[in-house]
Design a protein around this ligand. Structure first.
Ligand code: NDP
Length: 303
């Protein structure tokens, strides 16, 4: 029987995960099909009930369901519990286990960004959604000592900081209001800047003005493209990395969980590059209900 793995999100139409995971199943000789299920929030519970069936190896869960799905799951791994967000499901009989493979995905990207340098201890994080939760958890685990979270809606950043209060008790984890001057002054004390907002996903704008970026910074944008932020960072002489490594490694970790086999990283990476070359946009990061090619950004980012 052909096994099934589904991506549950809204929207999911042009997911990069489809190309990446199907290539991995095919190359590993696993008889499985990766399907895209576009499910609005109201249909999420039914979708979750369905993937308890025997023919399913598991599922991915993406925007806007990563946090909403948590109470529908029978068991959470430490990472899913710690972040309050689930992006991968596996089955134990009819029970579902929730994982967060965005965390190992982020850690792989951070390692690549830092390279052979000593792991820094201070970071500025822009954004407070599901992606930012994986980032903050990864930074805590990497022994960062000071992490400042800026978000357009401050209350969401404050909620994130409260959520991590216990695991971050030994360090300085703070939410700050999104003011250019405050971001600038924090960046002057920081080595790592991570964009976990979707600013730059749909149009060529950066969350911060180019002038606040110095050549000493290590800049990671979770978005999979060469965004304005990354181009500005490179122009300033900083090290800059996009979100492809995170996407690849979260996918590889999910593959290993579903199949019990190591992921064929090369094959997955190649499939991702091909899908991107064909102009496929990932649905994973697209704001729910909006088309990637039609979204005017409403904040007041630089540029
Ligand atoms: P969420 O919808 O959970 O969060 C979106 C974040 O972006 C919020 O902090 C939101 O702020 C902020 N934001 C959105 N639009 C604006 C705007 N116009 N001005 C200011 N802030 C804005 O999404 P995720 O956290 O899941 O994803 C965020 C980004 O990370 C996406 O671009 C996605 O592509 C990327 N991502 C990449 C992954 C990878 O594997 N590479 C994995 C996960 C995410 P507010 O709360 O104020 O609305």
């Amino acid at each position: 029987m052909t096994k099934r793995v589904v991506l549950i999100g809204h929207p999911v139409a042009h997911s990069l995960s489809g190309a990446m995971q199907q290539a991995a199943f095919d190359s590993a000789g696993i008889d499985a099909r990766y399907e895209l299920w576009d499910r609005a929030p109201i249909a999420l519970a039914d979708a979750i009930a369905e993937v308890r069936g025997d023919e399913f190896l598991g599922a991915n869960v993406t925007i806007p369901h990563k946090e909403r799905v948590v109470p529908m799951i029978d068991k959470l791994t430490e990472e899913a519990q710690a972040t309050g967000a689930v992006n991968t499901l596996t089955r134990e009989g009819r029970r579902l286990v929730g994982h967060n493979t965005d965390v190992p995905g982020f850690v792989a990207a951070l390692d690549k960004l830092v390279g052979r340098q000593k792991m820094p201890r201070q970071a500025v994080v822009l954004g407070a959604g599901g992606g930012a939760r994986a980032v903050v958890h990864g930074l805590i685990r990497a022994s960062f000592q000071r992490v400042i979270v800026f978000n357009r809606h401050l209350h969401r950043a404050e909620g994130l900081v409260r959520y991590f209060a216990r695991s971050a008790a030994h360090m300085d984890l703070k939410a700050m209001p999104w003011h250019e001057s405050i971001i600038e002054s924090e960046l002057a004390k920081t080595k790592v800047l991570i964009n976990a907002t979707s600013i730059g996903l749909n149009s060529d704008v950066s969350p911060v003005p180019a002038e606040v970026l110095s050549g000493d910074l290590l800049v990671l944008d979770l978005i999979y493209n060469r965004t304005r932020l990354l181009r500005d960072a490179e122009a300033a002489g900083a090290n800059a990395l996009d979100g492809e490594i995170m996407l690849l490694h979260q996918g590889a970790a999910a593959f290993a969980l579903w199949t019990g086999q190591p992921a064929p990283l090369e094959v997955m990476s190649q499939a991702l590059s091909e899908a991107r070359a064909e102009g496929v946009r990932s649905a994973e990061g697209e704001p729910a209900g909006e088309r990637a090619d039609a979204v005017p950004e409403t904040a007041t980012p630089a540029g």
